[in-house]
Design a protein around this ligand. Structure first.
Ligand code: NAP
Length: 479
């Protein structure tokens, strides 16, 4: 951990917090402190904002090709450092090394994708209906941005925002989650090495999120907030953004339905369930939260899923052969325990798992519950852990109604071999993304995001850069 930056990154320099404060970073597999990083306060946030504001004008004028090449170089460096970055992520977040390596590749891909998009920003224009007036449209960076990221994908949630912001010509202040500051600091070092000018990216690690972010959002100099996190915090930040009419992109929580019809290929459904439930130990906004399985196949699906879940190896993410690492912290594990206890009290059967092991670390075993009562708390709470809750249904209309009966709408999974049904059901689900006979939807080339209280805007895909651009329309009368 000795080479990993541990200070704030402001104006291209590594600096301590103004008041000298530091905060610990824990290893969730042992509960031990692995290092300390700077703990920024409001003064540091203002300095980071100053740096971003000062750098904005020149950065906006940089040739798109130059911005593209910085991203391309950063993509290459991230991949070259896969092992180092994966170990860092596993140490601060807990995911098994194999998954951490997968996240490094996924995270790097956002830099490659947006290096390709930087040179394709188009405006447009034309002759207006009166035949005399012309319009010219140009696209300009929205301005200095505040990026706030969660702990569950420490690297990819950063690159998914930094990539399009750089491509669009925006400067930024990044505030990562306090549990996982190291990945973001490593990313800042890589971007500096790749040639990013001073002040374009500034990173403030802090345990005082409100104190650091609120003045920036209300102050009028930050023009855009891109937030990934829970719906409750998102709502609070939207209110703070109202004062200075700050543009927002919100990637919020989910409550994904996973629907298995009677004509589904059960091999595909169980494989899909393992991915949709167990990626990142279930700590994903895309995690399947409610399994609706047709009553005629529910018993077999539950048995097969429990067999696969029960065979997974739980342990520290650095250990060979481990499939499931610890949850992020004790509070995260306590929440999972409470949700399972509540479901069991209401009549759920535990097919496998269901009891946290003794000893250090925040481990929780892969768990399958059947006969879950639809009034259970885990039906309207993100479980954020390795727990599959199975309910049964009888017909299509009923399952669509139940799947949509939630304030969230990020993703849904549908398993059926019938094309008509696949399209019909997907179109009726109130979600931003659908996995059709697959448990994985995330891809940098696709627009990621939700409807309802799962968010506003999209990240990735052709539209990802739009979130960081404004149109300017030039009226040109021709006599
Ligand atoms: P969280 O508690 O909402 O925190 C997310 C980030 O917001 C953290 O950096 C957090 O820092 C910060 N934050 C909290 N209160 C703040 C405030 N008043 N002002 C400024 N920043 C504040 O979420 P989490 O527990 O880290 O992450 C899990 C959530 O993220 C889940 O709901 C998950 O579904 C969602 N998520 C969504 C997506 C998506 O793309 N839709 C992707 C990944 C995760 P502090 O911890 O210091 O408060």
């Amino acid at each position: 951990m000795t080479d990993t930056p541990a200070q704030l990154f402001i104006g291209g320099s590594w600096v301590d917090a103004a008041d000298g404060a530091t905060m610990p970073v824990d290893d969730p597999a042992t509960g031990e402190i692995i290092t300390y990083v700077a703990d920024a306060g409001a003064k540091d946030a203002r300095l980071a904002e100053d740096a971003a504001v000062q750098a904005q004008e020149e950065w906006a004028r940089t040739a798109p090709r130059a911005r593209s090449e910085i991203l391309r170089r950063a993509y290459e460096i991230v991949l070259e450092r896969t092992d180092e970055l994966a170990h860092l992520m596993t140490a601060e977040m807990g995911k098994p090394l194999a998954e951490a390596r997968g996240e490094v590749a996924y995270a790097a891909e956002f830099f490659r994708w947006f290096s390709e998009e930087a040179v394709r920003i188009d405006g447009g224009g034309g002759i207006l209906p009166d035949g005399r007036n012309r319009m010219l449209l140009s696209r300009r960076p929205v301005g200095p941005c505040l990026l706030i990221t969660p702990w569950n994908f420490p690297l990819a949630m950063g690159t998914r925002k930094i990539g399009p912001a750089i491509a669009a010509g925006c400067t930024m202040v990044l505030k990562p989650a306090p549990q996982t500051p190291l990945s973001s600091l490593a990313l800042a070092a890589i971007l500096k090495e790749a040639g990013l000018p001073d002040g374009v990216l500034n990173v403030v690690t802090t345990s005082r999120a409100g104190e650091v972010c609120e003045p920036l959002l209300r102050g009028g100099r930050i023009r855009k907030l891109s937030f990934t996190g829970s719906t409750n915090v998102g709502r609070l930040l939207l209110a703070q953004c109202a004062d200075a009419v700050v543009r927002t992109s919100m990637e919020l929580g989910g409550n994904a339905p996973f629907i298995v019809f009677e004509d589904a290929d059960l091999d595909k459904a169980v494989d899909g369930a393992m991915l949709a439930k167990m990626r990142n130990m279930g700590e994903a906004c895309t995690a399947a939260n409610r399994f609706f399985v047709h009553h005629s196949v529910a018993e077999e699906f539950g048995r097969r899923l429990a067999e696969r879940m029960g065979a997974l190896v739980v342990g520290p993410g650095t250990r060979d052969g481990v499939d499931v690492g610890p949850l992020i912290d004790r509070a995260g594990r306590a929440k999972v325990e409470e949700l399972v206890a509540d479901a069991v009290e209401r009549g759920a059967q535990v097919l496998v798992g269901g009891r946290a092991p003794e000893g250090p670390g925040c481990f929780y075993p892969p768990t399958v519950l059947t006969d879950v009562d639809s009034g259970s708390r885990l039906m309207d709470t993100e479980i954020f852990g390795p727990v599959a809750a199975i309910l049964t249904f009888d017909d299509e209309d009923e399952v669509i109604r139940r799947a949509n009966d939630t304030p969230w709408g990020l993703v849904g999974y549908v398993f059926t071999e019938g094309l008509d049904r696949a399209l019909r059901v997907s179109e009726r689900l109130e979600v931003g993304m659908v996995g059709l006979n697959t448990g994985l939807v995330s891809n940098p080339a696709a627009p990621f995001g939700g409807v309802k209280q799962s968010g506003l805007g999209r990240e990735g895909g052709r539209v990802g850069i739009d979130e960081f651009l404004e149109y300017q329309y030039l009226a040109v009368p021709v006599r």
